[in-house]
Write a protein that binds this ligand. Structure first.
Ligand code: NAD
Length: 440
């Protein structure tokens, strides 16, 4: 047997021993999340019992979702909803539709949500959901049936005071509208506060659609100002991996602030233009064709090359585990601002830190989404609405306060920004546990 005969997983990892299962990307994400928790627990001096409690989710539900395809066939896909922690309030976290999602990935994402909500000071615990489907292969009616059936299966867990889903990879406003409708039909009355990221016509908040990207912009500009000798955005070269809900608007907002967005990618390909891309034109091209691939005013680039470009700032905004021990030594950006959850492995973190690359971690950099989700939920529960300007001021305040707290702790205790962010987030959750005590 040659090396090319070894079984390959969906993520392209080979096992040197054919019968030994290769960890899924989700299992690797969970190992990374647990590593970060253990590091924070040691820094905070948490006892082993509390660490173990925080390392395991409070509740996990795996469901089978039968779907009737347009041709009459019945297919069954798996879905999950994980509530990692409820000590500071109801659970909060997105729902992902992606073929490779599994329970381990959803658990890791739920854990990161817990620390994120605590870090930015909003009264939620962490949750996440996932359905192992590729939305690109489903018709709109099939997608609606998958969504409604999945929601029906996880119905006992969710609710405006229990667990509030939101969009994530492969889901959007329309998905949230179907969730709100399914939940409301079961309740017998409209319950807009059961999901966030809804269309504004159903009680969605102004500013939610671009909130994660706005937060990424705020974090990137703060980081540039603090870590690069008070550098201004003008002319700063940026590469963005992932051109979906988060990446496309992050690119737009950074370009609006004066940065030069030189390269972007999505699942269909990557494009580069050293003098700067016209992000609005690129967004129009992607909306029309489904990908940035084939955009005329730029050159094609490989997915790997994008991560290793000679830019000032790299914004990974696609999936987890993309900056690894393999490619981290070749990352030339001085600043990595994590729009995605978990894009950098712990091994890569060490290499980047050793090379003087500053990483603004996911639980800080992409917290804008959950911040405005919180504002949406507050508006729904009060049957009130704020203007776009009011929402943006509150978002900016919470993001900048969190950034300051993280950067100050990192400087004071000689930590990376990720270590400092986890120390604050985990510390606040641990404090809530200590104050509540253990029942019974
Ligand atoms: P999305 O489905 O809207 O977009 C994902 C993008 O990544 C798409 O453009 C897709 O083509 C691209 N992609 C997939 N594989 C790729 C690859 N190998 N190389 C380059 N691009 C690739 O999802 P999203 O909501 O933008 O989420 C992106 C990331 O941001 C995820 O990690 C998600 O958990 C995180 N996030 C999202 C939100 C939110 O509000 N949507 C909030 C916080 C964090």
């Amino acid at each position: 047997m040659t090396v090319t005969d070894f079984p390959t997983t969906a993520s392209g990892v080979r096992s040197p021993i054919p019968d030994l299962p290769v960890p899924s990307p989700g299992e690797r994400a969970l190992a990374a999340a647990r590593f970060q928790l253990t590091e924070a627990s040691r820094f905070l001096g948490l006892d082993d019992g509390l660490h173990d409690m925080l390392a395991t989710p409070r509740r996990s539900l795996t469901v089978s979702v039968p779907v009737r395809r347009e041709d009459g066939r019945l297919e069954v896909v798996q879905g999950h909803r994980v509530q990692h922690n409820l000590s500071r309030g109801p659970a909060k976290g997105g729902i992902r539709f992606h073929p490779a999602t599994d329970l381990a990935e959803v658990t890791a994402l739920a854990m990161w949500m817990t620390w994120k909500c605590a870090l930015v000071g909003i009264p939620y615990g962490g949750a996440k959901g996932g359905v192992a489907v590729d939305p690109a292969t489903l018709t709109t009616r099939e997608l609606e049936r998958v969504t409604r059936r999945y929601v029906n299966e996880i119905l006992p867990l969710i609710g405006p005071e229990k667990d509030i889903p939101a969009p994530d990879v492969g889901t959007d406003e329309q998905t949230m509208a179907w969730i709100m409708d399914t939940y409301s039909a079961n309740a017998g009355y409209s319950v807009p506060g059961v999901v966030t990221g809804k269309p504004t016509a159903l009680g969605g908040s102004l500013g939610r659609a671009g909130a994660t990207s706005r937060g990424v912009q705020i974090a990137a500009l703060r980081a540039l100002a603090r870590t690069d000798g008070a550098r201004s955005p003008e002319g700063t070269a940026i590469a963005v991996q992932g051109f979906g809900k988060v990446g496309a608007l992050a690119a737009q907002y950074l370009a609006d602030a004066g940065c030069r967005v030189v390269a972007v990618s999505d699942a269909g390909g990557a494009v580069v233009r050293p003098s700067g891309l016209d992000v609005a034109a690129l967004r129009a091209h992607a909306a029309e064709t489904g990908s940035v691939h084939g955009y005329r005013d730029a050159d094609p680039l490989s997915h790997d090359e994008l991560l290793e470009l000679d830019v000032d700032v790299l914004v990974p905004a696609a999936l987890e585990g993309v900056i690894t021990a393999d490619n981290a030594p070749r990352v030339r950006a001085r600043l990595v601002v994590e729009g995605a959850n978990g894009p950098t492995t712990p091994e890569a973190d060490l290499i980047l830190a050793g090379n003087g690359v500053t990483v603004v971690p996911d639980i800080l950099a992409n917290a804008g989404g959950v911040i405005v989700s919180y504002l949406e939920w507050v508006q729904n529960t009060q049957a009130y609405s704020w203007s776009a300007g009011e929402v943006e001021v509150k978002l900016r305040d919470l993001m900048e306060n969190a950034y300051r707290a993280v950067a100050d702790l990192a400087a004071e205790r000689d930590l990376t920004l990720r270590q400092a962010a986890h120390a604050i987030g985990v510390g606040r959750v641990a404090e809530a546990h200590r104050m509540r005590g253990l029942y019974p």
